[in-house]
Design a protein around this ligand. Structure first.
Ligand code: HEM
Ligand SMILES: Cc1cc2nc3c(=O)[nH]c(=O)nc-3n(C[C@H](O)[C@H](O)[C@H](O)COP(=O)(O)O)c2cc1C
Length: 494
């Protein structure tokens, strides 16, 4: 057993100890290895880092420290002798000044959650959530392209009752949209992913859970089962697992087995991240943090394309054991064999890859550019959808086609469905709603999108989603901008 006073002495680059869940660790040699940077660890030198750690990581991350790092247990009577974390950001939704945020009833559009979220989130969390790649072009395109499609409404139809239910990979959902996977919800709300799940279950919509979650795969599923029980199993919600393929094959297989054993209904393999996009705002913040603890000699980020140069959720530092840039279509074979259930490829961005996904035996594709966080000047998901309609329409009917990116209105969901999508993913609006209002925010955001969808259906002249058809929208402006093969010869290869 170690005394707090002894632990407190080790608070520098030359000797850095921290306390996590009453256990003391010597992390001196890990400082340079930590993908989140040395700065945050040094800020917690000689201190209890548990609260901060839980915001970012699931408890099993501790197992990645070398065994010899574990020094013993902290003497509980001496906890008061530990250092206070250096300028750790205390602002979180749990401690937020609730007077700063408007009453939830004042949020009437999905975009209304953004300002309250900014008010309650720490600067670091805000940057993490709102940032995008390079100069932000991909993110802007995601938002703007929805406005290039108009409806062609029909009138004088009986639209008294509308049915918005939709099946996703054979699982009924009350609505044709779901919660997109987003990592590290612990820094967004103290309830983290389980709080998000609670909101989803109450509304009967599905959720895709990120590999980079701050709770374990099992804890998140457990929270779903608990909430279901509380509602007498009346909610159709189920959880899917977003899969970042770890570089190490044993780890990769173990993760699939874990998700399967926990009861996830399908995997959504993220394929648009062979390396992390350039998250400009995160980079800026990392540099500021390093300077604030005197780390002027931070090593440069690894070169893109280098093995392990990938951080799933954050701003571009090397993460040992995460996705390899060497992953190929061939890897789908062993994944299919190990998983044995439905597979969706997340991050398809052109017609050729949609066709390959079909030929590779997948059940679905998600047209996505990662919320504008990966490649600079990406096509919006809508643009990719139009490309598929034009160049490989055979994919419709064979694969379930999902879209995400920039969906901020229930009517936009309907545009995608008219053009053949099965369902649509929503990311940041849910993140912001969670930050400011927890599970209640998730519920409110869902209600807002659902009401807008129902209204749009009625005004378009339909009462169920299977009546949504391509001729109900005018996509000519976007089609004008669509990629065209340079010659018919190229086209014949598509
Ligand atoms: C105990 C062993 C630890 C391990 C093995 C570890 C591992 C990692 C890994 C793999 C990442 C990359 C992103 C991800 O996979 O989520 C990361 C990022 C991060 N970690 Fe840790 N970590 C540890 C301890 C801590 C502690 C104690 C804190 C806070 C006090 C912390 C704060 C962070 C932050 C803030 C990031 C994101 C960094 C950024 O992009 O700015 N970690 N860590
Ligand atoms: C803060 C944040 C974290 C994300 N984390 C992940 C992740 O862990 N895995 C993943 O496949 N996609 C991740 N994404 C991408 C989302 O799943 C989704 O593609 C995107 O957010 C949709 O765009 P929208 O935010 O405009 O709705 C993340 C997006 C954000 C904003």
């Amino acid at each position: 057993m170690l005394d707090g006073a002894e632990v407190a002495k080790h608070n520098s680059k030359s000797s850095c100890w921290i306390v996590l869940d009453s256990q003391v660790y010597d992390i001196t040699s890990f400082l340079a290895e930590h993908p989140g940077g040395a700065a945050i660890l040094l800020k917690h030198g000689g201190a209890d880092a548990t609260t901060e750690f839980n915001k970012y990581h699931s408890p099993d991350y501790v197992n990645d420290l070398p065994k010899r790092s574990h020094l013993g247990i902290i003497n509980p009577a001496t906890l008061g002798q530990l250092n206070a974390p250096k300028s750790a950001e205390s602002k979180s939704s749990a401690s937020a000044d609730l007077n700063k945020i408007p009453h939830i009833s004042l949020c009437v559009s999905a975009t209304d959650f953004e300002a309250p979220a900014k008010a309650v989130l720490s600067h670091k969390a805000w940057v993490y959530a709102s940032s995008s790649a390079n100069t932000g072009l991909s993110l802007r395109k995601n938002i703007d392209d929805w406005s290039l499609i108009n409806f062609r409404p029909r009138v004088l139809r009986n639209v008294g009752d509308v049915d918005m239910r939709m099946s996703i990979l054979g699982h009924l959902s009350e609505l044709p949209f779901y919660l997109s996977p987003m990592g590290t919800m612990g820094m967004i709300h103290s309830g983290a992913e389980p709080e998000m799940v609670k909101g989803a279950v109450r509304k009967g919509i599905h959720m895709v859970v990120s590999t980079a979650s701050s709770k374990t795969t099992e804890q998140i599923m457990e929270s779903c089962i608990e909430e279901q029980k509380w509602l007498n199993n009346a909610s159709p919600t189920c959880l899917f697992f977003q899969y970042y393929i770890p570089v190490n094959r044993e780890r990769a297989i173990a993760l699939l087995k874990k998700a399967k054993a926990a009861g996830y209904k399908g995997i959504w393999i993220t394929v648009d991240t062979p390396v992390l996009g350039k998250r400009t705002a995160d980079r800026q913040l990392q540099a500021e943090e390093a300077l604030s603890v005197g780390l002027l000699d931070v090593p440069p980020a690894r070169e893109p394309g280098e093995e392990n140069a990938f951080a799933p959720a954050f701003g571009g530092r090397a993460v040992p054991g995460q996705l390899s840039p060497h992953t190929t279509w061939g890897d789908l074979k062993w994944i299919r064999e190990e998983w044995g259930g439905p597979i969706v490829l997340k991050g398809i961005q052109c017609a050729e890859d949609a066709k390959l996904a079909l030929e590779s035996g997948c059940q679905g594709i998600l047209l996505s550019n990662h919320g504008g966080r990966q490649i600079h000047s990406a096509p919006s998901a809508l643009m990719t959808l139009l490309e598929i309609r034009t160049y490989c329409p055979e994919v419709f009917g064979e694969l379930e086609i999902f879209l995400d990116g920039g969906v901020r209105d229930g009517a936009d969901v309907l545009k995608a469905l008219c053009l053949g999508a099965t369902a649509v993913g929503v990311g940041r609006p849910y993140l912001y709603a969670l930050a400011a209002y927890g599970a209640q925010g998730i519920g409110r955001c869902t209600d807002i999108l659902a009401e807008e969808l129902a209204t749009a259906m009625r005004l378009l002249g339909i009462t169920s989603l299977d009546q949504a058809r391509p001729d109900m929208v005018n996509a000519s402006r976007l089609i004008n901008e669509m990629w065209r093969p340079e010659s018919p010869a190229v086209r014949s290869h598509l």
